[in-house]
Design a protein around this ligand. Structure first.
Ligand code: PLP
Length: 284
């Protein structure tokens, strides 16, 4: 039985209850984070906190917690849940009002909910890694994808579209057939040894794994990195395609829409990048 945190209490998941008037439930009016922890060591804690605070500020949720308070919560949940390979899920919704009214209510207390879930052991930097096969779709989400909102129906619909076809992820493209990201990951291509990923804007989540990976690659210097527009043709004709997220790190993609990427096998640039990521990730 897992232990969760809800509004100040640690309790068994089965006993956690929120009001059906919570705006997280009614409107998806909240912000969340997911961060990985292996054997009690979190990756990117401060970066995740900064993104969550930015998200709360951008939608006017005032919680007033400092990082030390979040860290104590995370450490307590990690210990209470066995401290193995865990992702921490942290969510703050605007809180429960007495009526359903779109405008922000005054004097409601934000709902803070956190739990852990098991994730696979730390990804290995070798070619035994299970690669993804993905499909593509037109990005039909909203214009505020930079906010890590709990309102994820757009992402869910895109993920489901791929899932129903047996795909592991769905790569998303705007109306000009330019890559934005995937339904729950950031996306990259490799061409002639260069890692290329679309620049951040309001159509992409500023992924923490993306930040750490690009920073580590630039500091290492062996693999050049470019942030620029990537077209659908470039994806199909790439030497390698990758996606990243906190719980998966850097995932090689070997097929897009049923077409093999490169020679249809995990690439050498991925291998070096994952090795660099594995060696440096705990510095964040
Ligand atoms: N893009 C989307 C839409 C996501 O949902 C996620 C993670 O859940 C990411 C990108 C990757 O972000 P991070 O590396 O911070 O996990």
């Amino acid at each position: 039985m897992s232990t969760v945190f809800l509004n100040g209490d640690y309790l068994p998941m089965e006993e956690a209850r929120i009001s059906p008037m919570d705006r997280g439930f009614l409107f998806g009016d909240g912000i969340y984070e997911v961060l990985p922890s292996y054997q009690g060591k979190m990756i990117g804690f401060d970066l995740h906190m900064t993104r969550m605070n930015n998200g709360m500020a951008s939608i006017g949720i005032e919680l007033g917690w400092d990082n030390a308070r979040w860290r104590e919560l995370c450490d307590t949940l990690i210990n209470a849940n066995g401290g193995g390979n865990l992702a921490l899920y942290l969510q703050v919704s605007r809180g429960a009002d007495t009526r359903r009214f779109h405008a922000y209510p005054e004097n409601v207390t934000p709902t803070v909910f956190a739990f852990t879930f098991e994730i696979p052991a730390e990804p290995v930097a070798d070619k035994s890694r299970v690669a993804y096969r993905v499909v593509t779709d037109r990005d039909l989400r909203w214009e505020r994808c930079h906010i890590k909102s709990t309102a994820l129906l757009g992402n869910v619909l895109h993920f489901q579209q791929g899932y129903q076809q047996g795909a592991d992820e769905t790569l998303l493209f705007n109306e000009r057939d330019e890559l934005t990201e995937a339904s729950a990951c950031n996306a990259y291509i490799v061409k002639n040894g260069v890692v290329i990923t679309p620049p951040l804007d309001n159509h992409k989540l500023p992924g923490i794994t993306r930040y750490i990976l690009l920073d580590l690659l630039r500091k290492d210097g062996r693999i050049p990195v470019e942030e620029r527009v990537v077209t659908k043709d470039e994806v199909y004709n790439a030497d390698e395609v990758w996606v990243t997220s906190s719980s998966k790190e850097v995932v090689p993609v070997i097929a897009v829409d049923g077409k093999a990427i490169g020679n249809g096998e995990i690439g050498d640039v991925w291998l070096m990048a994952q090795q660099i990521y594995s060696a440096g990730k705990y510095d964040y």
